[in-house]
Design a binder for this molecule. Structure first.
Ligand code: ADP
Ligand code: MG
Length: 340
């Protein structure tokens, strides 16, 4: 349709730019949990605690024991495109951290009431910054960072209307945390909701963490794989046909430690299971693909849930072979390159 009266081109105000960016990254409380836990892990945390009130809509508080942010940099953490993780295109191409876009905190702060309290090991005390007022004040805290996110979407009622019940939002947040927990058994996680402990996973071996998060049946009815393929390594646990489920709720694939929902990987898995699963039965798996970071582009989606492989055919074959091998061996021993 024709635009009747054209308005002049204008640059959007910063706040609105952030709110538009937030639309891509922050869909619901679980997205905030995902982004803030990414940050905690990038900061080297060994313990991450998530506290939600009212499904996370009233408050999301994430505490870590990571490296903290120096007082003078705290205001910068909230600025759009401000990051400590990359400084050049070369670094972007080899990026191994979860974050690098410098967008999450700015986006979340534009659609909530956000505060950061942080302390580095050298600092005499912590500092707390309230995003809305810009007020920076001394605070008490051990080394690490706490981010408080209150009243999510209070300024964007259209978005707020899409939120579901507290129980549903909590379930999504729990799922987001499970994705991190499966990848990082070396980190302890806890999730609280309205003062009740919902989940707690202590530091463990990979196998123990899978049992803690997915239940012991998953480990019993799955087989370990660990297959180096050229510049790649495919490892994890592949559920046996008898572990198949009615819902696709135990399918976890990671690229360089980042949870992905990638068409290529899903397709490779589906084709590997084709002959052993019937009807709508859904396989269970936790699969880690480790690959030279320059051979995968993680900067194709704002939430980084999709990736692009340079040699996609090789990745497809590697995943297929790993799963085929796991499903075809009868011995319970872990698969190695030799047995694959
Ligand atoms: P990104 O993770 O892409 O760099 P964010 O907006 O998520 O962007 O965070 C901005 C910056 O704030 C990070 O680069 C990091 O330096 C700092 N930061 C955020 N959260 C934490 C945390 N939990 N611990 C230490 N530093 C943090
Ligand atoms: Mg981040």
């Amino acid at each position: 349709p024709l635009i009747a009266s054209r308005r002049p081109i204008r640059e959007l105000p910063d706040e609105l730019v952030s709110q538009i960016a937030a639309g891509e990254v922050v869909e619901r409380p679980a997205s905030v949990v995902r982004e803030l836990v990414d940050n905690a892990l990038d900061a080297g945390a060994t313990q991450v605690t998530v506290r939600l009130s009212a499904g996370g809509v009233r408050a999301i508080v994430i505490e870590d024991d990571g490296c903290g942010i120096p007082a003078e940099e705290i205001p910068l953490a909230l600025k759009r495109h401000a990051t400590s993780k990359i400084g050049s295109l070369a670094e972007l191409e080899g990026v191994m951290t979860m974050g690098f876009r410098g967008e999450a905190l700015a986006a979340i702060a534009s659609v909530s009431d956000l505060a950061i309290t942080s302390r580095t090991p050298e600092a005499p005390h912590a500092q707390r910054l309230e995003a809305r007022s810009g007020e920076l004040a001394p605070a008490a805290r051990a080394t690490g960072t706490s981010i408080e996110v209150r009243e999510l979407f209070f300024s964007t009622p259209a978005r707020r209307k899409f939120l579901k019940s507290d129980a549903t939002e909590l379930a999504h947040a729990l799922e987001a945390l499970k994705r991190h927990a499966l990848a990082r058994p070396d980190v302890s996680f806890a999730l609280w909701h309205d003062g009740k402990l919902i989940a707690q996973w202590r530091k463990a071996t990979h196998e123990q963490r899978m049992a803690d998060v997915l239940g012991p049946e998953f480990v019993e009815k799955s087989r370990a794989v660990d297959v180096p393929v050229g510049p790649m390594r495919v490892q994890g646990r592949i559920g046996l046909p008898e572990a198949a489920r009615n819902r696709a709720d135990q399918q976890y694939a990671y690229v360089n430690g980042r949870y992905v929902r990638d068409k290529l990987i899903t397709h490779a898995l589906r084709s590997a299971y084709e002959d052993v699963l019937h009807g709508q039965r859904q396989p269970s798996y936790v699969l880690f693909i480790d690959i030279d970071p320059t051979r995968v582009d993680v900067n194709v989606h704002p939430t980084k849930i999709e990736v692009r492989f340079r040699e996609s055919g090789e990745v497809y074959q590697a995943v297929r072979r790993a799963v085929d091998a796991a499903l075809s061996t009868t011995a319970g021993a872990p698969l190695t390159a030799a047995s694959a």
